[in-house]
Design a binder for this molecule. Sequence first.
Ligand SMILES: Cc1cc2nc3c(=O)[nH]c(=O)nc-3n(C[C@H](O)[C@H](O)[C@H](O)COP(=O)(O)O)c2cc1C
Length: 170
Amino acid sequence: MDVFESVKTLSSIRSYVRKAVPDSVVREVIEAGRLAPSAHNDQPWQFILVRDRDKLEGLGKYCISGKFVSEVDFAVAVLTDPSSKWHEIDGTRAVQNMVLTAWSHKLGSCWIGNIDRVGLMKYLNIPDNLHILTVLPFGYFDERHAGPVKNRKPPEQVFHLNTFGNRAIK
Ligand SMILES: Cc1cc2nc3c(=O)[nH]c(=O)nc-3n(C[C@H](O)[C@H](O)[C@H](O)COP(=O)(O)O)c2cc1C
C-alpha cells in the first residue's frame, strides 16, 4: 500500500475477528517500532509483545478504555524511559510506524490511553523506571467495523500559507 493511501484510510479499530497473524507479520510490526527515529538516537523504548492467549485475556482488565485488547491475536505494550527528554514523542513515532505497518497488512489497531498503569506494571513485570506509553492491540477486523470516513478539521481551519492566518491553502 502506498504511504499516503495508508495515512488516508487508517482508522482506529475497536472490534476484531479471531484469526491468527503470521509470525513474520508480527515480527515486521515490532521491527517497525524498533526502527523509528528518536531524539539523539536515544531509542528510549522497550516493547513487550503479548501473544499468549491467557495473558491477552488478562490484559483487558488493565486497559480500561480498550477492553477489546482481549480479542486480538497480539498486543504490544510500548514502554518509554523518562530519563530521555523526548521519550513520549519518540515512543509515539514508534507507535505510528507499527500501526501503519500493521495497516499495510490489513491489521487494525488502536491507541489505548486509559490504563491502570500500577496494575499493568505488575502484570507485565515492568521495571519501575519505565513509563507505559500505551498498549496497542493488533488484529484482523471486519471491514464493516472500520471507522467512519475520517472526521477531521477542514483544511481552512488548520492550514496557513507563509504566515499565520493567511488562508490561501485550500
Ligand atoms: C494519545 C491517544 C490516546 C487515545 N486513547 C484511546 C483510548 O483510550 N481508547 C480508544 O478507544 N481510542 C483511543 N484513541 C484513538 C482516538 O480516539 C482516535 O485516534 C481518534 O478518535 C481519531 O479516530 P481515527 O483514529 O479512527 O482516525 C487515542 C488516540 C490517541 C492519539
